[in-house]
Design a protein around this ligand. Structure first.
Ligand code: CA
Length: 109
């Protein structure tokens, strides 16, 4: 997570608006070895709380703090709760997302 934060700061320097686009975010994830477009999309949506296609610094901090607090299980519960609000009637997709997010969260613990 420290690595993401450093990269976000770099983006902020390069982009005075302080926002990270989907393309930029995907580049960050690719640098971390997360190259699956489905996983990239899910994680981007966790961060992009207002769904405007860019991640503001505030959104980044909120998502980051959610994912960096508590036990891995608690992180997963919170992260999946976010996802459930976005895709409430697609339980199979939700389960897959949980599995993917679990892998993502575990990479930081
Ligand atoms: Ca946003």
């Amino acid at each position: 997570m420290r690595e993401i934060k450093a990269l976000f700061k770099q983006f902020k320097r390069e982009n005075p608006s302080g926002q990270v686009t989907r393309t930029e975010f995907n580049e960050v994830m690719e640098q971390m070895g997360l190259v699956d477009p489905f996983l990239q999309e899910r994680i981007f949506r966790i961060f992009d709380a207002n769904n405007d296609g860019v991640i503001s610094f505030q959104e980044f901090v909120v998502a980051w703090s959610v994912m960096s607090r508590g036990t891995p299980s608690e992180k997963l519960d919170r992260t999946c709760a976010c996802q459930a609000r976005e895709i409430p009637h697609d339980t199979r997709s939700h389960s897959l997302t949980c599995a993917l997010v679990r892998s993502f969260v575990r990479s930081f613990v």
